[in-house]
Design a protein around this ligand. Structure first.
Ligand SMILES: [Fe+2]
Ligand SMILES: [Fe+2]
Length: 316
C-alpha cells in the first residue's frame, strides 16, 4: 500500500495513461485524429500534466527526496527532472504543430504524430519509474511529518487550479479517452432544464436535422410570433413553408451543407411588429453539418431603444 501522497500521484499516472492509450490509437490511425481530442489533449497535458502533476513532484516530492539524501545530480532524481524538461519541450512542439494543423495546415500532421507519440512514450516510461522505483524509495526515507507535509503541498498545488481540480481533470481525461473528445457541458443539465432554458430565451427557436426533418421548436405553450404544432415534428421542412419560399429554403440548406454560408438573415413586417428571422447551420465539434437552427425575434422594441438605462426600470 503506497502512502496517501503517492496514491494521489499514482492515480494521476493511471488516468493519464488511459488517455495516452486513446491518443496513441488516434495518432496511429490512418485517418486524422478528431479535432476535439487534439484540443482536449492539449488542455489536459498543458494544464494538468505539466502545470499540476509535475509541479506536485518538483515542488514537494523531489526537494524532500533531496533533503532525505537522494542526490539531485547523477541519480534517479536527475533523470526524473531531465524527463520533465524533455516532456515540456515536446509539449511546446506539440502545441505549435497542433495549432498549425488545427488552423488547416495539413502538412503539419506527420510531425505532430511523431511528437505526440514521442511524448506519450517518454511519459509512460517516466510514470513507471516513479511509481515503481522513486516513490517507494522516497517513501521509505520519510517520517510521518514528511508524509503529511507532502500531502499538504500536493493539495496546495491542486488548489491553484480551483476546487476539486484533480477530480475535474481526471474526469476530463476519462472523457477524452472514452469519447475521443470532451463531453459537451450540456451533459451537466437534465433535458427538462435544457427545455426551460430554451423557453426562457427572448427568441423563438426551431431546429431541422441534417436530413431536413423538423425536430424541435421552443416556446410550445407560450405566445409565439409564428404558431407551430407538434404535428410538424418529423416532417420535411419543405412542407412547413409556403410554396413560393421553398426555393429559398433549398438554397439555404444546400449552402449550409456545403459550408458556403454561416447565416441567412431576413426581416419582415408582421402583425404590426418588426420580426427578425435568422438561420444558422449547426455543426458538431468536428465541423460536420448537424442541422439548421431558425431564430425568430420580435425586434420592434429593440429598434426603438435610445439613450441608456443602467438601473432596473422601477428604480429609474
Ligand atoms: Fe514526474
Ligand atoms: Fe509523475
Amino acid at each position: 500500500m503506497a502512502a496517501p501522497w503517492a496514491e494521489v500521484l499514482i492515480s494521476d499516472h493511471h488516468v493519464t495513461e488511459q488517455l495516452f492509450e486513446a491518443v496513441d490509437r488516434a495518432f496511429q490511425a490512418e485517418e486524422p485524429p478528431p479535432r476535439s481530442l487534439v484540443e482536449g489533449m492539449l488542455s489536459y497535458f498543458t494544464e494538468y500534466v505539466d502545470g499540476c502533476h509535475n509541479k506536485k513532484e518538483e515542488e514537494h516530492v523531489f526537494p524532500l527526496a533531496e533533503r532525505l539524501g537522494i542526490p539531485r545530480h547523477g541519480g534517479p532524481l536527475a533523470v526524473m527532472l531531465q524527463e520533465h524538461e524533455m516532456s515540456q519541450e515536446l509539449l511546446g512542439r506539440i502545441r505549435q504543430l497542433a495549432n498549425l494543423w488545427l488552423s488547416g495546415r495539413e502538412e503539419a500532421l506527420p510531425r505532430l504524430r511523431q511528437a505526440v507519440l514521442e511524448y506519450t512514450g517518454l511519459l509512460r516510461n517516466h510514470f513507471w519509474k516513479e511509481t515503481d522505483i522513486l516513490y517507494p524509495m522516497v517513501s521509505r526515507l520519510m517520517g510521518p511529518d514528511d508524509h503529511a507535509a507532502v500531502m499538504r503541498g500536493i493539495e496546495e498545488v491542486e488548489a491553484r487550479l480551483g476546487a476539486d481540480s484533480r477530480a475535474r481533470y481526471h474526469a476530463m481525461a476519462r472523457d477524452l479517452a472514452e469519447r475521443g473528445g470532451l463531453r459537451n457541458l450540456v451533459h451537466n443539465l437534465d433535458l427538462d432544464t435544457i427545455g426551460w432554458m430554451l423557453d426562457s430565451l427572448p427568441v423563438e427557436l426551431s431546429f431541422v436535422d441534417e436530413n431536413d426533418k423538423v425536430r424541435y421548436f421552443s416556446h410550445e405553450n407560450h405566445d409565439k410570433i409564428f404558431p407551430r404544432t407538434r404535428g410538424a415534428i418529423g416532417t420535411d421542412v419543405r412542407n412547413c413553408h409556403p410554396e413560393k419560399s421553398v426555393h429559398l429554403v433549398e438554397r439555404i440548406l444546400a449552402d449550409f451543407k456545403a459550408g458556403r454560408r454561416e447565416v441567412a438573415e431576413f426581416w419582415i413586417d408582421f402583425g404590426g411588429r418588426k420580426v427578425h428571422i435568422r438561420y444558422f447551420p449547426v455543426r458538431d465539434a468536428d465541423g460536420a453539418y448537424k442541422g439548421c437552427l431558425e431564430v425568430v425575434q420580435d425586434i420592434t422594441a429593440i429598434q426603438q431603444l435610445t439613450g441608456e438605462r443602467r438601473l432596473l426600470a422601477e428604480e429609474a
